[in-house]
Design a binder for this molecule. Structure first.
Ligand code: FAD
Length: 493
């Protein structure tokens, strides 16, 4: 640690953001870097705390505490403080294949675990991480690393989300020949067509893909495994297969009238907008457009928030977001709103934007959707709701009770359904004959191997909808397991 008094002398500063009214005029990234000098002082705030929980990467009741990929944060904080940026980049790349993704969209469990956070704002770890890698690309320090030798072993990776990409990178560096199959027209999974461009510029993903290609990884696009190429063909052609297909089966809204025109799954909306943006800057007219429309988003998580931010950029007339289904005991109320700490999470941006443009917070809590009413042509026009009260039952659990007299009719043209994901799409795992557990591909955390030898799984497909950083961790660990599996095969020949 270079400056023992840094945490006393300097205040926290994080990545700069364009003001809300300016940034909703476009779909480009709105966060920009601090100056090198400011970043050095931010690095100096890391106080050599002795037990740096920031890089522990443990899971407590499903919530990450510390960095899931064990980034050695205090070390690169110190290197940044000393102005040794290239060394900081090398240290960062040791544990993180894609810091340019996590530096932009990770909810930064490292910052929630920062010891300085006990009585001061946490070290701005995420901003420092992003700056190290962005500077690395600008300076030309991130170069293709082509493996010197090849093992002769072939691995097929199905799915090019962060889990598949991390595994591909690791396995390629071990000298195996890797082919990534992707059903979409570009790589990145939810990084590409789920997370909106303003949070993660798509060129940032494409830049990394070009690098991986130069390093020898093959990408096969527009190819749905199980349809365009069979599971049997893949198994015959490759020594190991990794299912990194995500958990993208969305939960549907099932209330009276939900079949009306204008009720759309959130991911279909987000995907149509991003596809149209990256292919033609919207000139193809393929993006679903809510300009001048009344929009309601059902679902209080980050997918819902991304719909809010997209709708406000399209100049919608109104936008409202309902919190979790109030009949669930863990439904969000004003006291348990999400995100808990807006300085860290990545989707409070949407609420600031609506507030700036329309002068209100779009979020509504403890509200029950009753029915949707359409006009004679089948286009939706009203959403009927009733507010709920949260009460504590005799059994100690919370329940929700309808509040008589709070019925409300909302004028609506579009309802975006963002009420979560049900797990993996079952057809592919079934074709490989692997077992599922709770709508996820069954595999142990130890070796990521499914119930079929030689077939592995990682990322959301194994753990359910999660975070980019967990997908990277799983991809890295699954790659290590596949490497061991392939090495055993060589030994037993
Ligand atoms: P995915 O990213 O889902 O990738 C799976 C890939 O497999 C896809 O490209 C898919 O097309 C492909 N595939 C599936 N089946 C086949 C097949 N049969 N053949 C060929 N290809 C196939 N996390 C964060 O950390 N921060 C955020 O801000 C954030 N925002 C999010 C916003 C939204 C709207 C959503 C939906 C998720 C968000 N997440 C965020 C979660 C994060 O994106 C996921 O946890 C992560 O992408 C999972 O990675 P993965 O590689 O397991 O799967």
């Amino acid at each position: 640690m270079g400056k023992p008094t840094g945490f006393i002398e300097y205040k926290r500063q994080k990545t700069k953001e364009q003001p809300p009214l300016a940034r909703i005029e476009h779909f480009g990234e709105y966060a920009t870097r601090l100056s090198d000098k400011d970043l050095q002082t931010q690095g100096a705030r890391c106080m050599d705390c002795g037990t740096p929980f920031c890089h522990m990467g443990i899971e407590i009741r499903g919530t990450a505490a510390g960095c899931p990929i064990n980034n050695v944060i205090p070390e690169w904080n110190d290197l940044v403080y000393r102005g040794q940026w290239k060394e900081a980049l090398d240290r960062l790349h040791l544990t993180n294949n894609f810091p340019e993704f996590t530096g932009r969209v990770c909810p930064a469990p490292c910052e929630s675990s920062c010891v300085l956070g006990i009585n001061e704002p946490a070290v701005a770890i995420k901003s420092i991480e992003r700056s190290i890698i962005d500077k690395g690309f600008e300076e030309g320090w991130v170069m293709p690393r082509v493996p010197r030798t090849r093992t002769g072993k072939k691995v097929a990776i199905i799915g090019s989300g962060p889990a598949g990409l991390a595994a591909a990178d690791e396995l390629n560096q071990q000298g195996h020949s890797v082919t990534v199959y992707e059903r979409d027209d570009r790589a990145g999974g939810l990084l590409m067509y789920g997370i909106p461009n303003m949070k993660l510029e798509k060129e940032v993903i494409e830049r990394r893909i070009r690098l991986l290609q130069q390093e020898g990884i093959d990408f096969v696009y527009n190819t749905t495994v199980g349809v365009d190429i069979t599971a049997e063909e893949l198994r015959a052609q490759y020594d190991a297969v990794l299912l990194a297909t995500g958990a993208q089966k969305q939960r549907e809204l099932r209330i009276e009238g939900s079949e009306g025109n204008g009720v759309v799954l959130a991911m279909d909306y987000l995907t149509s907008v991003t596809k149209s943006y990256v292919r033609s800057n919207f000139e193809d007219g393929q993006a679903m457009n809510v300009e001048g429309k009344n929009v309601i988003i059902i679902g209080g998580g980050d997918t819902g928030a991304d719909c809010v931010a997209t709708a406000i950029r399209q100049n919608c007339k109104s936008v409202v977001q309902f919190g979790k289904h109030p009949k669930l005991p863990n439904a969000r109320t004003e006291e348990t709103m999400w995100p808990k700490d807006p300085s860290i999470f990545t989707f409070d941006y949407a609420y600031e934007e609506v507030d700036a443009k329309l002068g209100r917070d779009p979020r509504e809590y403890c509200i029950q959707t009753e029915k949707i009413v359409s006009d004679t042509e089948g286009n939706i026009k009203e959403l009927h709701t009733i507010y709920m009260e949260k009460i504590l039952g005799e059994d100690g659990f919370h329940y929700f009770k309808e509040l008589p007299g709070t019925e409300k009719v909302w004028p609506v043209d579009y309802v975006f359904v963002a009420i979560g994901f049900e797990g993996v799409e079952r057809s592919l795992p079934e074709r490989f004959g692997v077992e599922l557990i709770n709508n996820r591909v069954a595999a142990t955390i130890k070796d990521y191997q499914t119930t079929v030898p030689g077939v592995f799984t990682a990322g959301d497909a194994r753990r359910g909808q999660s975070l980019v950083v967990w997908a990277i961790r799983e991809g890295r660990e699954a790659a290590a397991a596949i490497h061991t599996f392939l090495a055993k095969e060589v030994v037993s020949l």
